[in-house]
Ligand binder design. Sequence first.
Ligand SMILES: Cc1ncc(COP(=O)(O)O)c(C=O)c1O
Length: 376
Amino acid sequence: MKITLPTPHMSDEGYEKEYIKEAFDTNWIAPLGKNVTEFENEMVKFLGAKEAVALSSGTASIHLGLKMLGVKQGDIVFCQSFTFSGSCNPIAYCGAKPVYIDSEITSGNMSPIALKKAYEKYPNPKAVIIVDLYGTPANYDELLPIIKEHNTPILEDAAEALGGKYKGVYLGLYGDCGVLSFNGNKIITTSGGGMLLVNNKEQKDKVVYWSTQSREKCLWYEHKEIGYNYRLSNVLAGIGRGQLKVLQKRVDKKREIYATYKKRFEGCKYITMFGEQKDSEPNRWLSVISLKNTKVKAMELIDYLFKNEVETRPAWKPMHMQPVFKDCDFFSEKQVGSTCQDIFESSICLPSDTKTDLKDIEFVAKLIIDYLEKNS
Ligand SMILES: Cc1ncc(COP(=O)(O)O)c(C=O)c1O
């Protein structure tokens, strides 16, 4: 593929190598060390967060986040249906039951209307997972009062949204805990990794304890609780520290890519840019379009672009449509069908790699417009 979806982008300055070299030179390869501590401190400072725990993935962070919020066997957890499976698989790890909630059309995130319907049937869920999909904030102004009324703790899945803001506050800070991912395709990467943002030292200590096999503080290996091997390694945290130094640059480039598509698609009656939220500054991790007024199907356009060596993919297939979750309850904001299914069937994630020249982004936009004009 010549023009791709996001791939890793190390700093031109080689910051990551310096931190890794230090880990090598001091033989501090495993398990913990300065890079892990400093990566957490630097992230806390950047975001204005209270405490952070560096973990092996975003999925592991969601798992321990749910555990921290008290989710147990048989509990109900509300989760946005339109998301990646990493958001909701951890509900099953806890032995709890996901109940899926539709999206609003503007942001693509949790629909306040559907959420209210879900509360009518399930007034006491143990937690709610809200996602800031593709880097666009959820509609917190409307969601938070509904959730507060029921006193449900919130896990904010900001895996795709690092560096984005809602009402001037960084995403990841809107829940009772927040989750970041440093997976290979994310805005910054450690190859694989994640972070759980929590509110105090006590919570942090507990999550660190669970993530290191719940080992008691004594010389021999003593265990009073089930533990996990979820801590981030010192080498990978070194990559994260280097990447964090260029995060703002990456966000700026993602926004330029989005603005380039937006300008090109202005006036094209077949395309809407997807992912809007008032009072927000999305990080534009992925630029996504929705097709309208055309008989061209998203998959047909994806195939055409693929033949032209342009990598795209459909939007996330909603979780309530997945065979593995077929028995789970789902609340739509509509009478017939659902908004998230409509988004899935009409939307395409476009190349948004920060290494891509804006001329290539223009080329992709032209391919799309020409195809739609010829075949609609
Ligand atoms: C919305 C969302 N949630 C959770 C995850 C899980 O993160 P990880 O891949 O680091 O486990 C991802 C991405 O990979 C994601 O996009």
